[in-house]
Design a binder for this molecule. Structure first.
Ligand SMILES: Cc1cc2nc3c(=O)[nH]c(=O)nc-3n(C[C@H](O)[C@H](O)[C@H](O)COP(=O)(O)O)c2cc1C
Length: 170
């Protein structure tokens, strides 16, 4: 089975998730991993399955991923297709699906939250400050009831495995 995993990633989390998924599929499938900021994805018809990955920034998913979905919506709706999102606020995941995916687009293999990272050392300039502020607001909020629950986001390997298993068992 030929699979395209196309993603965009600003600071590397979505890229890492795309590679983790690809590692689980390689051997059983012919996998192409494509950074959509570096090259154009071909038509979905060139593949047996398309997986699209985007991070969420300021409540928005990648314009390139959205554009690709809109341009190929009929093909993507009628073939094996999955979407994964990386985000710092997994609680908002359903809202991101509702507001960010084109109306009527329900990929046959579903939409997954692969978690996210908020690591200031990976981010430069004013965004580093923003990441620090978000981290602080999460940890302060966590401490409000006196118990730190460790809610800083992380990549969720178990969610990556769920999608990989679904693909391998199709
Ligand atoms: C400038 C900036 C804005 C962000 N905005 C959001 C947001 O609106 N919602 C969210 O859930 N996560 C947000 N995040 C967290 C990112 O989704 C998270 O860091 C993710 O791991 C980034 O993936 P990437 O490195 O592949 O771009 C933001 C991160 C940054 C740096």
């Amino acid at each position: 089975m030929k699979i395209l995993i196309a993603y965009t990633s600003k600071h590397g989390t979505t890229k890492r998730c795309a590679e983790m998924l690809s590692d689980k599929l390689r051997g059983a499938c012919e996998v192409t991993v494509l950074d959509m900021n570096a090259g154009e994805a071909g038509a979905p018809s060139e593949y047996d399955m398309v997986v699209l990955g985007s991070s969420v920034r300021m409540g928005r998913i990648s314009k390139k991923i959205k554009k690709y979905i809109k341009a190929n919506i009929d093909s993507l709706k009628s073939m094996p297709c999955a979407v994964f999102l990386c985000c710092g606020f997994p609680d908002e995941f359903d809202e991101y699906i509702r507001t960010e995916l084109p109306k009527g687009f329900v990929p046959s293999f579903d939409v997954y939250c692969f978690g996210g990272e908020l690591k200031p050392e990976k981010v430069k300039g004013v965004e580093r400050l923003l990441v620090k502020m978000i981290r602080n607001s999460i940890t302060e909020h966590d401490f409000e009831d006196g118990n730190y629950k460790g809610m800083l986001p992380e990549i969720l390997p178990e969610h990556i495995s769920i999608l990989a298993d679904k693909i391998l068992n199709r």
